[in-house]
Structure formats: C-alpha cells, structure tokens
Design a protein around this ligand. Structure first.
Ligand code: SF4
Length: 329
C-alpha cells in the first residue's frame, strides 16, 4: 500500500530570521498564509485514498513551526489532531534549532506530533554566521538532545555549497550529524533564488555556487556516509514544482537530483569493478529495482563505460542489496 503525506506549507510564518539564501515563498510556491480550513481540506482529501495508516503523516513544512505565535500554532495542531491515530500515524513539523525548548516540546507531544525536523543547514559556526542563520551549532546539538529526550523522531536538514562553505565543511557537517544520530536527513544543495541576499552576492561575483556536477559528486559521498551509519536520507535536492524553477537564478538544481546522485554512486562502483579489466563486453548484476540507476540517467553510465571500450549490460539479481554490484561474466 501507498505511503501518504499531507504536506502543509507555512511559508515564513513565525520565522524570526531572514537567512541570506531564503525566499520561502518561492520554495513553497504558496504565498497565502495557511488557514485551519486548508488543513481540514487537505486531510479530508488524503484520508479517502488507499494507503497504509502506519506509513502516513501530516507534515507542516516550510517555516519555523514552533516560532509561530503560540495561539495560532496550537490552533493548527488542534485542527490536525482528530486525524492523528484515526487516519494518519502522526504529525511531522520542521523548525529552527533555536526554537526548541521543554515548554514547546510538551505542547507538541500533547497534540500528537511524532517527528521533528531541524533546519540545521551547517555545523560550521562560520558558515552559519555568513548565511545569517541566527543560531549556533551548539543550539542544534542542544535541540537534538531535547527532541530525543522527549521521544520524538529526529530529522536533520543540511544544505551543501552554502556561502562560505566547501566540500570539506559539508562533510564535516555530515560527520557531526552522524554523531547526533538523527532518524532521517534531508540534503539540499544551495540554490540562488530571486530576491535574496545570496542573489546580490552572486550578482556581485562574491558567491559562486557549486556546479551541478560537483554537487552530485559531493552528495554521492554524503549519501553513502549516512547509509553506512543507518541514517535514512529522505530527501536529496529541492522538490520540483512549487515554483522553484520560476525563482531560480543559479545553483545545483535538477528535478531528478537524487536519481543523478544514485547514478553517480553506481558509476563509481562499476568503475571500481572494471577498472583493472581489459576492454570488452561485461554483464553485471544489481538488485532488479536498481537497474535504471546503475545504467544512469538517459543511460549515461552505459555511455561512460562504452567510451572506455567496455560494453556494459546490467541484469537484475534479487539476492543483491542496494549498491551491491557483481560481475556475472
Ligand atoms: S529560518 Fe528557515 S524560513 Fe526562516 S529565513 Fe531561514 S531558511 Fe527561511
């Protein structure tokens, strides 16, 4: 059965900050403030679908949920609560690390929130300052501990290629995340959006975003780091749609970013297997669900090896796990 998420966007609502890269309205594609009727409508539509309740959530995304004026935040939760346990397994919210304390966690618990995601973005103090995040790495560490102590599922979000960051710093952030033991991670390469301070820095030549190619390489490393530590990466790259294409100025945005990253992982794995072998025809095995990733988007991996004199055919083998590659002949 299907997994269902009722996604409710709360753009900028309650956000005390103005991070240099953020134009939340562009990201969420929604300018109207969220109303209680919107929550009811979205939940009513979703509850009629065919899905697994245990694998379904109501998700408040986009702003800093716990920084929303208390009365309004509670009224959103009150509206969503009757659906929790009956139609959906819980509520997921996202917020800033410095907007978490015991008082607000007590409220979230009471209203059926099960998962909290923190927009940590970087664990480098310097990068946080340069991007005007308004919180420190210590705020993130403290918030993670509190969220865990209260028994919530913990999610962390990071951005790669931020102003003042580089691959080494992004890998450092991933390492710090692993130490914090989140249940889930989301990775977003930085994009320059219209009407942001980052756009001005970009236009002045003071910020050069990493290329799509470089971001794919970096994110393939990050994805494997989290996988090795049993941390699920539930999102890689910004969602397509939501008008991000309209506000996009520059950066590593691609609607199928994850597919490209996973294709890169397979390219490296296959290269490792074939690098010492002579030119010729090879049949490789991967899990059947991974065949298209192993071939790469638009079969670019097959093309890559063909250019090296190696014709690669990929077949499915149920006994293999994700990222296992074997040479059959
Ligand atoms: S905290 Fe989040 S919503 Fe607020 S400005 Fe920064 S990125 Fe945007």
């Amino acid at each position: 059965m299907k997994h269902v998420n009722v996604s409710l966007f709360v753009p900028h609502l309650g956000c005390p900050n103005s991070c240099i890269f953020c134009n939340q309205k562009t990201i969420s594609g929604k300018c109207e403030p969220l109303k209680n009727e919107d929550i009811v409508k979205a939940c009513d539509i979703a509850k009629n679908g065919n899905y697994d309740i245990a694998d379904s959530e109501i998700a408040f995304f986009g702003g800093s949920f716990t920084a929303i004026e208390r009365e309004k935040m509670i009224s959103f939760l009150e509206t969503a609560k009757p659906y929790v346990g009956t139609y959906f397994s819980g509520i997921r919210i996202s917020t800033r690390p410095d907007c978490i304390d015991e008082e607000v966690l007590g409220i979230l618990k009471e209203y059926g929130v099960t998962a909290i995601e923190l927009g940590a973005q970087s664990m480098s103090e310097n990068v946080l300052i340069k991007n005007e995040r308004g919180h420190t790495p210590e705020d993130t560490e403290k918030a993670c501990k509190l969220i865990r102590d209260y028994g919530f599922s913990l999610g962390l979000q990071m951005m790669t290629g931020l102003y003042g960051s580089d691959d080494e710093t992004d890998i450092y952030t991933a390492r710090k995340f692993i130490e914090l033991k989140p249940d889930t991670v989301r990775i977003y390469p930085t994009t320059v959006l219209e009407n942001t301070k980052l756009e001005a820095l970009y236009r002045e030549g003071k910020y050069i975003p990493p290329t799509l190619e470089d971001s794919i390489k970096l994110c393939s490393r990050l994805l494997l780091m989290f996988r090795e530590n049993n941390i699920k990466v539930i999102r890689l790259g910004l969602h397509s749609g939501g008008n991000v294409e309209d506000g996009f100025v520059a950066g590593a945005y691609h609607p199928a970013f994850r597919e490209l990253v996973e294709g890169e992982i397979y390219k490296d794995l296959i290269d490792e297997k074939l690098s010492l072998l002579p030119e010729g025809d090879y049949t490789l095995g991967v899990h059947p669900k991974e065949i298209s990733k192993a071939l790469g988007q638009k079969r670019c991996n097959a093309e890559f090896f063909r250019n090296k004199g190696k014709n690669v055919k990929i077949t499915g083998d149920e006994t293999l796990s994700r990222y296992d590659v074997i040479i059959i002949k």
